[in-house]
Unconditional design. Structure first.
Length: 173
């Protein structure tokens, strides 16, 4: 099925693009959600105007979100969790938990659907991608350490602040 995108869709394309997608994806998701319309001769003529309008909106949104991206890029978030001897967690660290801590730390609302990460089930350092816009995707570092132990991150200055912040949050809890 050929469709014309009305809005930017992550991993598919920008508004105004004409794409070929599976029938079910187009019929059951993209069209009902208002992300796309069928690509007919009439809608193909509108593609350029849709693309131009979306470009203006995308630039404005990217300008707003670039400041947020700079603030949260390479941020460290720590979680203290119970784990077995092999380093496997009892439970997991979910994108919801990461979103809550990042929102608290950054001072802005981050939705769990904006975070690209599988549930974390092991101790150690993990990377998470935050999809602020289709073009701006900063990366944060998630450190999971055993409860009662101090976090072990390389020897950088950021690592020292992570350890200090982790100690503060553990004493506050």
């Amino acid at each position: 099925m050929k469709i014309l995108l009305l809005k930017d869709v992550y991993h598919l394309g920008h508004a105004g693009d004409i794409k070929k997608v599976a029938d079910g994806y187009g019929r059951n998701y993209l069209i009902p959600q208002g992300y796309a319309v069928l690509a007919t001769a009439g809608t193909m003529k509108q593609a350029e105007t849709i693309r131009a309008k979306a470009e203006v909106v995308r630039k404005q949104l990217n300008n707003e979100m670039s400041a947020v991206a700079e603030r949260i890029n390479n941020t460290w978030i720590t979680f203290a969790s119970k784990a077995g001897e092999t380093g496997k967690l009892y439970g997991s660290i979910t994108s919801q938990m990461v979103a809550e801590k990042l929102s608290e730390k950054a001072g802005i609302e981050i939705d769990k659907r904006m975070i690209d990460i599988q549930p974390i089930r092991t101790l150690g350092e993990h990377k998470a991608h935050i999809r602020l816009t289709i073009d701006i995707v900063p990366v944060i570092n998630v450190l999971v350490h055993r409860e009662g132990e101090t976090p072990n991150v390389g020897g950088s200055e950021e690592a020292e602040t992570v350890v200090e912040e982790a100690a503060e949050t553990e004493t506050a809890e």
